[in-house]
Ligand binder design. Structure first.
Ligand SMILES: [Ca+2]
Length: 269
């Protein structure tokens, strides 16, 4: 019996590794101290960071590169910040994507954008967005088309680090096109489904606001990763073990190593 379990475990591990090998990272923003603007993925979609003398490693009210390795935003535009990719993030050749990120919402008294492709999602065909909606503690993710694909879910309480993943398969229609995961559990509730399946977008991505003009996010963001396929929950960043020391491949960020490790090998909890 033990042999059977071991065989199953090894087989599952090999299958997981094989699936992982098939997935390629499109972009990966880790928001690390001293490298706040760096995309460590292969395409180097580095960020353009501006605003009142803000620079990497400095702490400016309203826009604070955190020492703990995450991006902290105030929910207002008082720092005149601009946080966007220097070049357009081109997803147009892909058939499916997984976008993951960690978020820790401070307040949700107003709508806040985690990330948005294009200066205005509503006029950027195929673009993707994730935002926090004011009032109800709710997270929306969507892809823009003639209408919208929207997945919507209640999110964990403010002040807690939470892992989110949106997965979009262009070959799918209806409810199967877009899925939202919170802490590795699928939670999406499609509220609006378009009839067509548009191509993904090719536009600059903004973080923490819409075009630096509205919907400013209040809280922290960390480890935004875009992959070129549909990842299994076991492949999400939340299950990647933390390194024992700084400077290793996967950085601690604002999420405690203890929490990360506890989740390793314990999916869907
Ligand atoms: Ca980080």
């Amino acid at each position: 019996m033990k042999h059977g379990i071991l065989t199953w475990a090894v087989t599952a591990l090999i299958a997981a590794c094989a699936a992982q090998a098939d997935a390629a990272v499109v972009a990966y923003w880790r928001f690390e101290p001293g490298a706040l603007n760096i995309d460590s993925g292969p395409n180097h979609y580095d960020l353009d960071i501006q605003g009142n003398g803000v620079s990497q490693g400095s702490a400016t009210p309203g826009y604070t590169p955190s020492n703990s390795g995450s991006l902290t935003l105030s929910g207002s535009d008082t720092a005149g910040r601009v946080l966007k990719t220097i070049n357009a993030v081109d997803l147009s050749a892909l058939n499916k994507i997984t976008v993951e990120w960690w978020a820790n919402v401070a307040t949700n008294s107003a709508a806040g954008i985690i990330f948005e492709q294009g200066t205005d999602f509503n006029s950027t065909a195929g673009a993707i967005i994730a935002d926090v909606i004011e009032g109800p503690a709710r997270m929306d993710v969507a892809q823009h088309t003639v209408a919208y694909y929207i997945d919507r879910a209640a999110r964990p309480a403010n002040g807690t680090w939470t892992h989110y993943a949106m997965e979009i398969d262009k070959a799918q229609t209806g409810n199967d096109r877009l899925h939202l995961y919170i802490n590795g559990v699928e939670v999406g509730d499609n509220t609006q489904v378009a009839s067509d399946t548009p191509a993904f977008g090719n536009a600059v991505m903004y973080f923490g606001s819409r075009n630096n003009s509205q919907f400013f996010f209040d809280g922290s963001i960390d480890e935004v990763r875009i992959s070129d396929t549909i990842l299994a929950p076991e492949q999400f960043l939340m299950y990647v073990p933390e390194p024992a020391s700084a400077g290793a491949l996967v950085v601690a960020g604002a999420m405690s190593a203890m929490t990360r490790r506890r989740r390793v090998g314990v999916p869907n909890q």
